[in-house]
Design a binder for this molecule. Structure first.
Ligand code: H79
Length: 428
């Protein structure tokens, strides 16, 4: 899916690129899907739709024409948007980087654009540029700022969400759209919003390599430190993005990220209540770190600029856990085992291993076991609270005895103090 394997090989070769150091260090980012689709929120003419809200125009959802869809802009007026409040939430959640939709497939720019009036400043009653305010607030607070730009699909230019670029009904050819809108808008974003952490492209479709390269050249010219994800297409990105909502089961090589939703939609939806629990979100952050990746969790703000309560509370709980246990994620490395353990998962820190116990043993001997660890474990303790724990190393098995009572944490962590030898028998 989404040019995965080809670009992963490209990124693997660049694993030592020093520009990616912060990305693999920080581990945790927030994705923000916000646009005209947030206004519709998966409804149209009083009818509810069940799918990813930002795809409402597609015939498989409401099948809204581009002229009807454009009327959403007349009401788009996010009076509750407060960049500093958003950033305070990012801090509280413990993310180090954010990526926000500057333009999604619907073609609407959430920033001031001189090349197309279909943008939030020129086309809505709001008349402000929220990306400018957000970029500045992030910069002040030391949160990295990146943007999403749908470089291939642009349903406004394509005339419909279902029509391919080579259809004779097109107003524009792909090349014309790319030269008159995509490139100049990405240039605007690269020039007017301060330092950019990540330029996040999506669904390259059949876009040729010359287009991918033009985008790379543009990013290199204005923001040489910015990282580009693999969905630019044609294997020219700096790191690999897995499929939507995919956390790989086996550790992949190279620099990569998993992108996940808090419910089942990216954009705000009034029909989707399938929220992941705080524990499930934390498990997926840990599983991603344990496989060596960076985790980006999505939030879909309401059209008015406020965040829905349930995911906000859930991500705040994860942030509270990170305040006490952050060393197991930030700056941590992948597990010496390339897959998860039966009881949880492992990350590697400065002085040893962190065992994240998802399933606290009930009954029998309260222990977790590791197979094949070669190095010596000097001691074991609960990371939060510090209680020391008994360890035995007998042949291929290392066993840590846990307290009978599960510590009161979203995920309890056992820290193993070791001498730097993390080799594992029969593991890569
Ligand atoms: O921005 C988010 C998604 O909108 C975007 N990628 C993430 C980060 C994305 N682009 N393409 N896809 C997701 C694939 C979408 C497939 C589907 Fe559908 C959309 C399945 C259900 C709705 C279109 C409509 C195809 C089938 C029905």
């Amino acid at each position: 899916m989404n040019d995965l394997w080809g670009s992963r090989a490209a990124a693997a070769q660049k694993a030592s690129d020093p520009r990616t150091a912060w990305f693999t260090q920080d581990r945790y980012a927030m994705f923000i899907h916000w646009g005209l689709f947030s206004q519709a929120a998966s409804t149209w003419n009083g009818k509810k739709y069940y799918g990813i809200a930002e795809w409402l125009m597609h015939p498989a959802m409401a099948g809204v024409s581009k002229n009807d869809y454009a009327t959403l802009a007349n009401q788009f007026d996010p009076q509750s948007f407060d960049a500093d409040a958003w950033v305070a939430f990012f801090k509280r959640a413990g993310v180090k980087n954010i990526v926000i939709t500057a333009k999604h497939h619907d073609g609407f720019a959430m920033f001031k654009s001189k090349v197309d009036t279909f943008n939030i400043v020129d086309g809505t009653p709001y008349k402000r540029d929220p990306l400018k305010e957000l970029a500045q607030a992030c910069y002040k607070a030391g949160i990295r700022f990146g943007f999403y730009y749908s470089q291939y699909q642009d349903w406004r230019e394509q005339g419909s969400a279902a029509v391919a670029w080579d259809d004779p009904a097109q107003k524009n050819s792909f090349d014309a759209y790319f030269q008159h809108k995509a490139l100049p808008q990405v240039r605007e974003l690269l020039r007017n919003y301060g330092p950019i952490s990540v330029v996040w492209f999506d669904t390259p479709g059949t876009m040729g390599e010359k287009y991918s390269r033009q985008l790379v050249d543009l990013v290199k010219k204005y923001q040489p430190q910015a990282l580009i994800n693999s969905r630019i297409g044609n294997g020219v990105g700096d790191y690999s993005t897995y499929g939507d909502n995919e956390v790989p089961r086996v550790s992949p090589p190279g620099v990569w990220e998993a992108v996940d939703t808090t419910n089942d939609s990216w954009g705000y939806s009034v029909t989707d209540y399938n929220w992941k629990s705080p524990q499930e979100l934390l498990h997926r952050l840990i599983l991603t770190t344990a496989r060596g990746g960076t985790y980006m969790i999505n939030m879909g703000p309401r059209a008015d600029g406020s965040f829905p309560d349930i995911p906000q509370a859930a991500l705040t709980e994860v942030g509270d856990w990170l305040k006490r246990n952050g060393e197991t994620i930030y700056g941590a490395q992948r597990s010496p085992w390339s897959i998860a353990q039966p009881w949880g998962d492992v990350t590697t820190g400065q002085n040893g291993l962190y065992l994240h116990v998802f399933d606290w043993p009930v009954g029998g001997t309260h222990s977790v076991a590791l197979y094949g660890l070669q190095g010596k474990v000097r001691s074991a303790r609960l990371l939060d609270g510090g209680a020391s724990l008994a360890v035995t190393q007998d042949g291929d098995w290392t066993r840590i005895t846990l307290p009978d009572r599960r510590p009161d944490a979203l995920v309890p962590v056992v820290a193993l103090d070791m001498d730097g030898d993390y080799r594992v028998k029969d593991a890569d």
